[in-house]
Design a protein around this ligand. Structure first.
Ligand SMILES: [Zn+2]
Length: 91
């Protein structure tokens, strides 16, 4: 088993999962897709692609079929903006 560090593309929460070496070695393309279920790393469910070197090639939220700009999904940035707008409105 290999520990693979992953990061949620939605909330940036990071954690590690254990991946069986054989699964990666046996894969034809040398890249495997893993679906990270909700509550494993955070409250989101997302997909990750791992290559033969157990490096994460790509991550994306599986709920969305179309790739959305990450800025839209970034809650922290949105909240900052909301705070900023509220301050502007008070002024
Ligand atoms: Zn998350």
């Amino acid at each position: 088993m290999m520990d693979v560090k992953i990061e949620c593309p939605k909330c940036n929460q990071s954690g590690s999962i254990k991946v069986e070496e054989n699964i990666v070695k046996k894969s034809l393309k040398g890249v495997i897709a893993i679906n990270i279920g909700e509550d494993l790393i955070c409250s989101h469910s997302f997909m990750i692609y791992i290559d033969k070197n157990f490096k994460v090639r790509d991550t994306f939220i599986s709920d969305f079929k179309v790739e959305l700009p990450l800025i839209i999904l970034d809650k922290k940035k949105m909240q900052k903006w909301m705070t900023f707008l509220k301050i502007l409105m008070v002024i």
